[in-house]
Every structure is written in C-alpha cells, then in structure tokens.
Write a protein that binds this ligand. Structure first.
Ligand code: AMP
Ligand code: MG
Length: 343
C-alpha cells in the first residue's frame, strides 16, 4: 500500500476512534453478544460494532455488500462497473445495475437541487488535481478552464425503463466519491437490521457514521464531530440514535504547497477546492446516502445557501464550522441535540 494512502487510512481510523469510541462507550448488557469488524474497502477504513445473536454473520454479509458496491461504484478501480460506464457511455447507451442506477439518479437529483454545486460529472477535474494520490498537483489555469466549462451533470441521460446511461459530452467522467460511501452505509444497516435482526450498533465508513437503534443500555448514541482545527479532538456531539451523521471537511484529504492547503472538495464553478467560508459540514438525517451528498454540497455552498437548502430537506439538519471557528446550526436543530465541547 502506498505511503500517502496508508497515512490517510490511519488518520481516518484515528478519527473514528475519536469520534465514536470515546463518546459511545457502551456497557455490554448480560447475554447480549457484541461483535466488531474492521476492513479497508471503498478506499477507507470501515469499522462496525453491533449487538445481537447473529451479529457475526450479519457483519460478514454487510461487509461483503460493501465490496460489491466498491466493485460497482469506484472510479479508481480499472474493472469497476463505473469505470466501464466512463469508458463507453459516450459512444452509446450502456445498461447498468440497479444499484448504480439508483446512486447516479440520486446524485443527479442533488446536482439539480444544488444548482450544480454537487456535480458527479466532475471526475476529470478530480483527476487533474490528484488529491489523495501519490502525485497531487496544482493544475494550470488552462487545464482547469478546459475541463471546468465542459463538464455538466445535465449531459448525463438516464433512461428509467431500460436502465441505461448515456453521456452527451465526451468530457464527462462520473465520480461517486461524495455519495457511494453513504449508500454503502444504508445498505449495511438494512442488511443488519432486516436480515439479522440487529437492534443496536454503530457503523463508521471512513467517518460517515450510521447508528442502529439506541445504545444497549437504552441511552442514545452520541456521535462526535471532529474538531477541524485539531483533528485528534472532538468539536461537539450530536445525539443520533437510528440516524446517519456525515461530515465533509478540509482536513480529510489534502496537500499543501507554498503554505496553501488544497483539499478534495472541488467547487465545479471555479475548478478549485471550495472556499465558501466553512472548514467542516456535518449533516444529520435518516438516509446516509442523502446526508453524504448534502455534506459535500453544503461545503461548497457555504452558510447562507446551506441554511436555505436544509429548510427544504425535511428531517435533515446541519452543523457547519466556519473558517474563523464559529459554529452555525440549521434552524431545526433542537436544543440538546448538538453540544459544543471545544470552547
Ligand atoms: P466527501 O468526502 O463525501 O465530501 O466527498 C469528497 C469526494 O467527492 C472527493 O474526493 C471527490 O471524489 C468527490 N467530489 C469532489 N468535489 C465534488 C463535487 N463538487 N461534487 C460531487 N463530488 C465531488
Ligand atoms: Mg459526501
């Protein structure tokens, strides 16, 4: 494994320890079995803890499902279904799996809803920055311009009846890095709850947290939000039983050059790392796929547009940390749900 990847994965694992384990240490009730499993899939560390008789089998199946999702949705794997789509959908409509269809359809929904702040056709721009790879670089203005103005989610045509996808433009490359992990979290949770009757648990997919039920002692799960200025520390906590909590932050994947930090969330309108006055956006809600797409989009949109957007997303709330360290909460985040720890 490459050094940069290894450092990234270790950092992610540390964040999980900080954000979940400390805050959610759980008394194991007598006779309820606890199972844990950790693996590296989807380019990140996935760590889960569940309680229940069939937890071991449930975790095996849930992790297997994430491997399937990786094989479908990774833009980095040579043989993934998405890579094949990226190579051929500009030539003719390509039939795709139900899973891939569902995630691309939702990605396009959020692209429309955020007026292109979230844009899954951004893949070629992501590639020229190379953030998170061995060779990240600041592209030339010309390189950025060339790709920035050509890609557009409106050039992806999905056909529901035939489950096909077609690109109207050759400069499109789909990247589902901002939403696929969220989908995987939902799928893991469904398998564990519906097929293996797990009623309590906590899943971390590289910092995307999904909880099942309450803690074993009946208390609510509290999920930590990483302090973006000191990533070994917790900024605050969100009460999140049975919900997903997804954070996008400028500390997750980045490189530095001449004192400037270049992170992995790209503003499609500029072609550069988003700079809308926030350093971390956390979204809380039912569906982790939607929370994942929203956390990335809100990072790009900044405070005002995020607050407006969340008013239209019933059941979804947000906590934004601004560049100056101030915290912004969405209007529906009730007193007691979020607690700031760092003062
Ligand atoms: P997240 O960590 O969920 O915020 O997702 C960041 C990842 O999403 C990046 O590593 C890219 O793969 C992808 N990405 C970056 N910028 C965008 C964007 N504007 N719209 C959609 N996906 C993006
Ligand atoms: Mg995301």
């Amino acid at each position: 494994m490459r050094k940069r990847q290894l450092i990234y994965i270790i950092k992610r694992a540390m964040l999980f320890i900080v954000s979940v384990c400390i805050l959610s240490s759980c008394q194991v009730e007598k006779d309820v079995k606890e199972f844990q499993k950790t693996d590296e899939i989807l380019g990140t560390i996935i760590t889960c803890k569940v309680y229940g008789e069939d937890g071991k089998e449930g975790l095996e199946k849930a992790f297997q499902r994430v491997k399937e999702i990786d094989a479908m949705m990774s833009a980095k794997l040579d043989n993934s279904e998405l890579t094949k789509v990226n190579e051929t959908a500009v030539k003719h409509p390509v039939k795709i799996s139900d899973d891939l269809y569902k995630v691309i359809e939702r990605a396009l929904y959020f692209a429309e809803k955020t007026e292109g702040a979230f844009d899954p056709t951004i893949g070629k721009l992501i590639d020229i920055w190379g953030i998170g790879t061995e060779h990240p670089k600041v592209p030339t203005e010309k390189e950025i311009e060339g790709l920035r103005d050509k890609k557009n989610y409106k050039n992806v045509i999905l056909e529901e009846q035939s489950k096909t996808i077609f690109f109207k433009n050759k400069d499109i490359k789909l990247d589902l890095g901002a939403i696929a992990k969220g989908y995987a979290g939902d799928e893991m949770k469904s398998i564990l709850m519906d097929e293996f009757h797990i009623e309590s648990g906590i899943l971390s997919l590289g910092g995307n947290i999904v909880t099942i039920g309450n803690k074993l002692d009946g208390a609510e799960w509290k999920v930590g939000i990483v302090n973006p200025f000191e990533t070994g520390k917790v900024y605050g906590t969100l009460v999140a039983s049975g919900k997903a909590v997804v954070t996008s932050g400028n500390y997750e994947r980045y490189f530095e050059k001449n004192g400037t930090r270049y992170h992995h969330i790209i503003d499609p309108k500029t072609g550069y790392p988003a700079d809308a006055g926030v350093v971390s956006t956390t979204i809380y809600g039912e569906c982790s796929m939607d929370a994942d797409a929203l956390s990335t989009a809100c990072y790009i949109m900044g405070k005002e547009k995020t607050l407006q957007l969340l008013r239209t997303m019933e059941g979804y709330q947000g906590v934004l940390i601004e560049t100056d360290g101030d915290v912004v909460k969405s209007y529906g985040l009730t007193e007691g749900m979020f607690k700031k720890i760092m003062e």
